[in-house]
Each structure stands twice: as C-alpha cells, then as structure tokens.
Design a binder for this molecule. Structure first.
Ligand SMILES: Nc1ncnc2c1ncn2[C@@H]1O[C@H](COP(=O)(O)OP(=O)(O)OP(=O)(O)O)[C@@H](O)[C@H]1O
Ligand SMILES: [Mg+2]
Length: 766
C-alpha cells in the first residue's frame, strides 16, 4: 500500500481563494507549472529546500516501515518533517538518543505496533519511552500525511510541557509547531502539529466533544501505572473507541506496571518490555524510625555531601513550602561546611509542579566544580516532589534520599471531604525512587525508614486515584461523554458505590443532573468549563446576581496557586501588606481586591515589582489573568452575559457573596454559639477558620472553598454569608425537613420563620 497523497496548496492569493488539489503531482495543474511545487523538480538542481515536509517521507509505506528507513531519514541532511536543514545541535542529540535502551528495540517495537491495534509497553525509567516512542510512531504512522495527530498523555502538566520542549529540540522544530503541548488553560499547538503532548485531563476534555477522538491516529497513554483519574477514565473510553475505530492505535506505556492486569483489561493486548540500562543501586535503611523526616533528610544530604564520592543527590519531599524551606536551610549549612573545608560547593535546586518551566530547567545544569582543584567534589542536590519519581529524568543522580512520604489525595465520601495528605508511599514508589540513582553509574539509596517498615507497612501499589477522589467532575464528564450506565462503565478498578452515589447526589443538588440522573441544560453548560462543577455553576449563574465579571475573576483566582506570598523570614511584613487588601467580609472579596489592584494603572506600570513589594505572587496573578481570558472566551461562546453591579452601589459586594452561595451552598459552616469553632452544614464536621483568613467580624455563617485536614480541621478561603440567602438561593439543599435535629436546623428554622413573618407583614401593608 502506498500513501495516497492529498496536497492542498493555496492558490495565488491575489486572484482568488480557490484551492488547487494536486494528487501525486499529476492531475489538475502540471507540477512543473505550479510555483508551489517547484521543489519537486529535482532535475533543475535547485538548492531550494522543500517547503513541504511530506516529500521526504513520501516513499514510506504507512504501517510498513523499518527502523533502518527511519534511521536513514533521521540522518538528514534535511529534516524529514520540515524539509529544513538540520542543525548541529540536532546531530549531537541524535547521537545520544541512539544510545538509549529503547533504540535497540526499534524494529521489535515497529513490528508489534504494526501488527496490533493495542500495545502495552514497559521500559525502565529513563529508557526513552516518553521522548522516543512517539517519534518512532511518527515515522511509521505518518499522521501529518493523513490529517491526524499522535497524542501522548502525561499525568502532570510539567511533564507535558518539558517533554514537548525536549522533543521539539530533538526533532529540530519550534515548540508549538510540529511538536506542541496542551494543558488546562494553555494550548501550545498549531496547524502543523503532528505530535501533541498533553495532560490526560485535556485528552478527556477533547473526548467530550469528539467521542471517537477522530483527530488522532495513535494515542499513547504514558505513565499509566500512576492510575490518575483521567487516565483510568480514558482507558475505559478508549477500550470502547478502539472497537468503533479500527484505524486507531493505542499504546499503554509505563516504567512499572502490572502488565498482565493491563493486557487482560485491553482485550489481551501484546506486551513489549525493554530492559533498562541501570546500574546496581545499594539500599540503606535507618535502624530506627525517624521522628522528623525533614530534619533527618537534611542531615542525610549533608552527610552524603561531606563523605561520599562525586555524584549528585536527589531528595524527595512532599510540597512546595517544605521544599523551599529545606533548600534554604541546606544551602546555609552547606556553605558552613564549605567554609570549614569539610566539603565542596553544593548547589541546591527545588523542583515541584508549580515552579515555572525556566526554573525547572535549572535542574539540568551541571554540578559546580570543586572549590580548589583536587579538593572535595562539588555537587548539585535536587529537592523534589513526586514529579522526579517518574516523568522527569535527571541524569547524573547517584544518591537518592527517600523519607518515604508524598502528598496524596484522599477522599472521604461520608463527609464529602477531599484533601491532600502527607502519607506513606507504596513499595512501587519506593522502588521507583531508588531507580533514580544509578543511572550513570552504581548508586545508593538512603531510605529514612526501617527495613521492617518497608516490608510490612508500605502497600504494594499506590491506590488508583479513582478510589480516592470526589467523583462529581468525573460523573459530569462521563455523562457528557454519553456514558449513561455509570455502574457498568468498564473501569479497571471500580470506585465504591457510596462515592458514586455521593457524586450523583452532589450534581443533582447543583441541578446539573435531574432526578432521573440525566444531564440538564445547566449540567451540559457546566461541562463546557474545565472547572469543578460547583465553580462552573457559580460562574454560569453569576449573571443572575449582576456580577459575572467579578465572579469570572474570582473563579480564575481560585483556579491558580496561592496568590499571597508569606516568606518564612518576613511573615509580619507580608501579613501587614495583606491587610491593605483585606475586606471585612472575607477572603474571596480580599482576593478580588488584590486582582483589581493588580490590574490598576499603578501596578501595571511595573507589575513584577509591584507584586514583589506587596508580597503577592506575580506568577499566580499572571496565570489568573490568563485563566480569566480563557474562561471569558467560553462564556462568550455560550452567550453568558458579562456584567457588574456599579461599584458605588451598596449591593456590589453583597451580590458577589450571594453568587458565591449559588455555587458553594454545600460548603457552608455555622459558628457554634459565640465560640471560635464552626460546624459544617449537613456533614457536621467541627472545623476552625484557617489562620490565614481576614474575616474580621466572626460571621455566624460562612461559605468556604477548601477543607484542610492537618492536625486540626480547617476551612480555608472563607466569606461571610447570611442564612436567608441559603434558604432563598438553594431551597432544595436547604429543605428543612431533610435536616437532622440540631443547632444548624434550629437556626435555619428561626430564619425561615423570620422571612415568613416579614413577608406576611409586607403583604399586610399592601
Ligand atoms: N530535558 C532533557 N534534557 C536533557 N536530557 C534529557 C531531557 N529529557 C530527556 N533527556 C534524556 O533522554 C532520556 C530518556 O528520557 P525519557 O523521558 O524519554 O525517559 P522515560 O523512559 O520516559 O523515563 P520515565 O520512566 O522516567 O518517564 C533521559 O534518560 C535523558 O538522558
Ligand atoms: Mg517518561
């Protein structure tokens, strides 16, 4: 079979917009006469570079190519996809790429890929899965000649972005052109994109509008072992799509997964396993459990630095604050060691998801040299969250310090609380972490827990996210995807029925699903927004409260990382600055004040400096601005009106608070008597206001954005509301017959009585 070639070229734009269809350069216009096809006249000896990339791969037989053919095409001299000359950087990277373990098995990969619709691919970490396999696919699948794309999903935004960047460099193309990425609120792809790295969540979103994912000829689900919610749902969907679309190929990829389970799930798909090229890693355990893992980590890193041979260090901690804090401490202590001549220089880099890509890139910098020739070695130490456990590969790591914890999502359907908790990792994670050492030479992994704890206390595999999440968004997505029968949707590990029931109930209260469980108009609209259902409902209903502009800003602000910066060494000044923006009625309004100030002329004159001076995160605010723009476009498309109550109007803030209730009426707490504690409505959890709140007058009723579980239960980002609004705006949820007897019910009953009396009085006056 040869490729049918359909090349459409724009006709001379000065005459008309008519398009000329050229098939094999023979029918229609003669190719010699078509100025756009001049590069085909190779007889002319023209040095012109082909403008159409397809030419160089024209002789390739789709799904019938060999490694050798691809190899030759990769060697150039022209870029087979763009037709441009290849740079020297490309050539030097190409040499390194050919040393990667997956390269040895390119032919094995191709023959399985060609003969099977679904393929499970397992390769050790760093073997070249994420960067190379999609390129192997490109040369055989030739998506660009068929108006299709190859998608490669990643559970993390940072991985999608950084891998796309790397692969663009490997293919000698500009990021966003032939190779691009797509993550929530950011789409860096173009009309020429043939390889798209994307978060699994984004592919799921696309499936909502195109149930057959018809834009893609091959879909690669990478890091499948992480079992994120989106990957699990995608697997369920794709399992059905492959039956409808015989032309679609699917690759399930991972470093460590229970291959048999995946193969069985995917209609007995074949497996290809690529052995790694890692060196031995020696594992050390602590003899006694550590009381403070952060402190123990710090000590261990310093000890490695002072006593071990050359080689970089990777330390796993759990979150941004902990990591930044440890970076500071470590840098200080290492400088002391250096001054005393006890060790060489140590360069410390943080790594976590919300770090901007430019800063993440720094982890690839080479380690500093020794302070004096022949002196103790210099090294770098990277302190990272789980993102360095998979997805991001850092060569040169010889020592891994693993305290055994990570932040994990947990969900309790009984009290409807989803939170991130620092929890012990699984054995699979621990092995993955250890595997990060010994990439360039034999390594060492220091586990800051006992061997007995590893054997007895750590679970085998991390639980799939679908078993640990609030499924409201997921259920809404599935409904939009046309999955009616949720109970029989084929998930690899089905969630608890209670979790599913809770999600259906929540969506019913939000009026996204009707009593039969069918999608309502509001539900359909809500699913258009890449937001949690409550946020989407708040945004959609905000025109009814004359404040959609403000709620749009607020929704954006709630979708980005924390905007307030509170450095450990300058907390007081930061808190004083925050006071400048504080609104007595709560944190949501305070955030809005910040945003308005940020958009004001004074701040915009030098926004970066202004943010710095006011202890605000420039990055987060900038991101909020971008998110706002994206959401605004969806609102305009859906014809949702953008409006504001005039600022002078005394209802300006009240309207915003009422709109908050319209989305978050299920996240309300009432103060216990006159005390400091609150109780959440219906779920009856005792909570405290988070210390970061600006709420001045202790309101009797508050809506909250987040439930934070630490040693105490906190509610964070809170705003005062009124009981009568709850009854008025969410009468179904606040149907008093449904409430258990207690303080909350009594207070609401009193309010209901008051409203009734007022109404009667008003009626009497008439
Ligand atoms: N940004 C980068 N800069 C330099 N080298 C890189 C970069 N990204 C990848 N590499 C090199 O390419 C190799 C393969 O990386 P790749 O991400 O494809 O591995 P992988 O098999 O997907 O690993 P994992 O299981 O950890 O995701 C790495 O070992 C590294 O040598
Ligand atoms: Mg990878």
């Amino acid at each position: 079979m040869t490729i049918k070639r359909d090349t459409y070229e724009d006709d001379d734009s000065s005459s008309s917009n008519k398009r000329v269809k050229v098939e094999n350069g023979s029918n229609g216009v003669k190719k010699e006469e078509n100025p756009y096809l001049a590069h085909w006249n190779d007889e002319s000896g023209s040095k012109n570079e082909p403008s159409n990339s397809a030419d160089l791969l024209y002789s390739f037989k789709r799904h019938g190519t060999t490694a050798k053919q691809a190899h030759d095409a990769e060697d150039g001299p022209l870029n087979p996809f763009t037709g441009k000359s290849l740079s020297s950087n490309y050539m030097s990277i190409l040499k390194k790429r050919r040393d990667l373990p997956v390269h040895q098995q390119r032919d094995d990969f191709l023959s399985l890929y060609q003969s099977s619709q679904i393929l499970v691919f397992v390769g050790e970490t760093g073997s070249g899965k994420t960067t190379q396999i999609p390129q192997f696919v490109l040369f055989d699948d030739l998506p660009h000649l068929n108006n299709k794309m190859v998608a490669c999903t990643q559970p993390r935004r940072v991985a999608a972005m950084s891998v796309a960047q790397r692969v663009a460099e490997e293919m000698d193309v500009n990021l966003g052109e032939e190779v691009g990425y797509s993550i929530r609120f950011e789409d860096k792809t173009g009309p020429n994109t043939m390889l798209k790295y994307m978060t699994d969540g984004m592919l799921l979103r696309e499936a909502m509008h195109d149930n057959n994912l018809s834009r893609y000829s091959t879909i690669i689900l990478d890091e499948a072992h992480e079992r994120t919610l989106a990957t699990d749902i995608l697997m369920g969907l794709l399992k059905e799509v492959v039956l409808r679309r015989k032309d679609l190929k699917l690759i399930i990829m991972s470093a460590t997964l229970d291959a048999t389970k995946f193969q069985r799930y995917f209609h007995d798909a074949p497996l290809l396993a690529v052995p790694g090229r890692t060196h031995a890693v020696e594992i050390f355990y602590t003899p006694e459990p550590e009381r403070d893992y952060v402190e123990a980590s710090l000590r261990t890193v310093l000890q490695i630095h002072a006593t071990e041979k050359e080689g970089d260090i990777l330390l796993f901690l759990t979150g941004e604050e902990e990591i930044e804090d440890t970076c500071r401490k470590l840098t200080m202590e290492a400088q002391e060691l250096l001054r005393d001549g006890a060790a060489g220089p140590l360069q410390v880099y943080p790594l976590y998801g919300t770090l901007p890509p430019a800063q993440q890139q720094k982890i690839f910098n080479p380690a500093p040299p020794p302070a004096t020739p022949g002196g103790p070695p210099g090294r770098k130490c990277i302190i990272s969250t789980n993102i360095a456990e998979t997805s991001l590969t850092i060569d040169g790591i010889v020592y891994v310090v693993d305290p055994g914890f990570s932040k994990q999502k947990v969900y309790n359907p009984r009290i409807r609380v989803e939170s991130l908790l620092v929890s012990p990792i699984s054995k699979a994670s621990a092995q993955q972490r250890a595997g990060r050492a010994g990439r360039t030479r034999p390594g060492k992994c220091f586990r800051l827990y006992t061997e007995a704890a590893f054997k007895k206390e750590l679970i085998e595999q991390t639980y799939p996210e679908v078993l640990r999440s609030n499924l409201a968004s997921t259920v809404l997505e599935l409904k939009k995807l046309g999955v009616e029968d949720l109970v029989h949707f084929d998930l690899m590990d089905p969630p608890a029925p209670e979790t599913l029931m809770r999600a259906l109930e929540e969506l019913n209260y939000l009026a996204c699903l009707d009593d039969e469980g069918d999608l309502t108009t509001l539900g359909r609209l809500a699913s258009e927004f890449p937001l949690d259902p409550a946020l989407a409902v708040m945004l959609i209903t905000s025109p009814e409260f004359y404040c959609s502009n403000e709620i749009l800003s607020l929704t954006a602000l709630l979708s980005v990382p924390q905007i307030f910066v509170r450095p450990a060494n300058n907390r007081k000044a930061a808190d004083e600055m925050k006071e400048l923006f504080a609104h007595p009625d709560g944190d949501h309004l305070t955030m809005l004040n910040v945003y308005h100030a940020f958009k004001g002329a004074e701040a915009q004159a030098n926004p970066k400096q202004w943010c710095h001076d006011h202890f605000l995160s420039f990055r987060a605010l900038q991101q909020a601005d971008n998110v706002r723009l994206q959401l605004k476009r969806i609102m305009e498309r859906e014809e949702l009106e953008l409006m504001s109550t005039p600022f002078e109007n005394k209802k300006y803030y009240e309207n915003i608070r009422r709109a908050l209730v319209a989305g978050f009426f299920m996240q309300v707490a009432k103060r216990d008597g006159t005390g400091k504690t609150y109780t959440t409505v219906k779920d009856e959890q005792s909570v405290l206001l988070h210390p970061s709140t600006v709420l001045a007058q202790d309101s009797e009723w508050v809506v909250y954005n987040e439930f934070v579980l630490t040693t105490k239960n906190y509610i964070r980002t809170v705003t005062g509301v009124k009981a009568e609004w709850l009854l008025d705006i969410a009468p179904v949820y606040y149907d008093l017959d449904e409430f258990k007897k207690g303080d909350v019910k009594t207070a609401l009953q009193r309010t209901a009585m008051k409203i009734k009396r007022t109404n009667e009085m008003k009626a009497g006056r008439r």
